[in-house]
Design a protein around this ligand. Structure first.
Ligand code: GAP
Length: 512
């Protein structure tokens, strides 16, 4: 775990050093859990957005995209349930004055017990080596069984207290488990309170309840309220989807782990409207489609796993997370939810407007059911960055930092370099740059030795470096260096566009 946390620290410092992510308003010592994307970070982020948008909208003739406002009529959030139920249970430690999510304190306690089990298993592996039967050990070892039983009991109490909004029960559980504050080490806790996660602000100059509006905590509601607008103006037939990428805001009590949990973040969401009764078929379809989309990036199939929800949100009849192996361990990257007809029905009720679809095949009106896919853009960014970051020892004993980003997502697709700054090489390099720069983001670099320039490009994840040397002036050929295996091939400038295009075009990710 420590090793992984060090790894996250290294990634954060690499991201800052090379212009991917900066702490926000750093000259004023920053603002907790708020980050700015730098010159390379915004390129990578745009490329991730583009991969998502193209695969959703361009590749599906029954999915269209919108861009709705962040501010919405306040009744939207009453109807969606966010005003009444978008809460986290929080608890304060009176000595450290630190605030925690009560459910997170409990989950961390459970995780510690889980680690005890794993340690016991590791001891068994060491002791019995080849003859070790792990399944049998887990089923019979008294220490493992005692700890597993503890976990079940805590989870049961946690589930019932949280589901019944029994805040006293949650408090009592924390006390019974003798959970201490990680900062002060004390058990001096306040009671548990519910804390609404929505940010509110005043519309116009008049203060008061009537003018209180919210910064949207999810982009999905902008899609629901536009369901009929899009369906009618786009003559959409069910099943169809509406996609959107945009900012969302949540006043997270504990915002941390770099860009994993922030108060201002971006979501890429798609609501797929289907016939009532067909939602489970589409739920399975989208689970499979989304995991394929992730795996296509080539970060390693083992980096992903599904986590099916046991405790469902009030609007869902099935839900699963796609979890990613972040530097902090497996955590939620994307949610796939079967949201039933809850949202549209609520909006019908609160607005007094019908949000129904006439199905010509069934000759019937109905409120469609919805299957949602929702992935955090910043979490995608962290997933791609952390899985791509490597420190390698090379054969000659030297080291390099490399970002082996999927080529189609890399901020620069190629770096064009003249071997020297004279003999017409820079002019020739500019000719090569002009061949590529209208389709691909390229960079030009003529400073320092070729070795240093290659290292710089490796560190920012540029998949190909094109070197213009004296032979180029004679036979119009250049060398193309591959970031990952560091091999160089000599190719004719006439073939360059095709060679690069085949490797870095977004098409490589979109084709089945
Ligand atoms: N419309 C459904 C919805 O908002 P969610 O599971 O609350 O569902 C969806 O959020 C995704 O948004 C998450 O899987 C995560 O990737 C991202 N996300 C949620 N809260 C976040 C935060 N505080 N910081 C960064 N990303 C967040």
């Amino acid at each position: 775990m420590e090793q992984k946390e060090d790894n996250l620290k290294e990634i954060i410092s690499h991201a800052k050093e090379y212009g991917f992510v900066f702490p926000s308003s750093e000259i004023y010592d920053g603002l907790a859990a708020t980050y700015d994307y730098g010159q390379l970070g915004s390129e990578l982020k745009n490329n991730i957005k583009s991969y998502w948008w193209k695969s959703m909208v361009q590749m599906h003739d029954n999915i269209v995209g919108i861009d709705s406002a962040i501010f919405m009529h306040p009744t939207t959030w009453k109807a969606s349930g966010h005003v009444d139920a978008f809460n986290d249970p929080l608890i304060d430690n009176k000595d450290s004055k630190k605030r925690y999510r009560a459910d997170v304190l409990l989950e961390e306690h459970i995780e510690k017990i889980r680690q005890k089990i794993e340690k016991e298993v590791e001891k068994g592996i060491k002791k019995f080596s080849d003859s070790f039967d792990e399944a049998q050990f887990r089923a019979t070892n008294p220490n493992v069984l005692r700890n597993a039983q503890k976990i079940t009991e805590i989870e049961d109490r946690m589930r019932t207290t949280l589901e019944n909004n029994d805040l006293e029960g949650v408090y009592q559980l924390i006390v019974d488990l003798e959970i201490v504050c990680p900062i002060s080490g004390s058990k001096n806790w306040t009671e548990v309170r519910q804390f609404n996660l929505m940010f509110s602000t005043e519309l116009g100059s008049v203060a008061g309840d009537a003018s209180t509006i919210y910064l949207r905590p999810e982009t999905a509601q902008g899609i629901f309220v536009n369901f009929l607008n899009v369906q009618k103006s786009g003559r959409m037939k069910i099943p169809f989807g509406i996609a959107q990428i945009g900012k969302a805001f949540r006043n997270e009590i504990v915002a941390r782990q770099f860009i994993f949990r922030m108060r201002e973040f971006e979501q890429m969401e798609m609501q797929f409207f289907v016939r009532p009764g067909e939602e489970m078929k589409w739920y399975e379809y989208w689970k499979e489609t989304r995991i394929k989309w992730h795996k296509k990036l080539g970060l390693g199939d083992k980096m992903y796993r599904f986590h099916d929800h046991i405790k469902l949100a009030h609007y869902a009849n099935a839900a699963a997370d796609i979890e990613f192996d972040f530097p902090m361990g497996f955590k939620e990257l994307e949610g796939i939810h079967s949201r039933t007809d809850f949202d549209l029905k609520q909006h019908e009720q609160f607005s007094g407007k019908k949000l129904q679809y006439f199905d010509p095949e069934l000759n019937q009106n109905y409120v469609p059911f919805v299957v949602e896919t929702s992935v955090g853009l910043d979490r995608m960014f962290l997933a791609v960055l952390s899985a791509s970051y490597k420190n390698e020892k090379l054969e000659d004993g030297s080291e390099r930092s490399v970002l082996s980003l999927p080529a189609a997502l890399a901020p620069y697709k190629v770096a064009v370099m003249p071997l020297t700054k004279k003999d017409g090489l820079p002019e020739k390099a500019n000719e090569v740059l002009n061949l590529l720069k209208f389709d691909y983001n390229c960079t030009y670099d003529e400073k320092d030795s070729p070795g240093k320039r290659y290292r710089r490009q490796d560190a920012i994840g540029t998949p190909y470096c094109i070197m213009i040397d004296h032979q180029t002036m004679e036979d119009n050929t250049v060398t193309v260096r591959d970031r990952d295996n560091m091999e160089q091939i000599r190719v004719s400038i006439g073939d360059l566009y095709k060679i690069i295009d085949e490797k870095v075009n977004m098409r490589t990710l979109l084709v089945d």
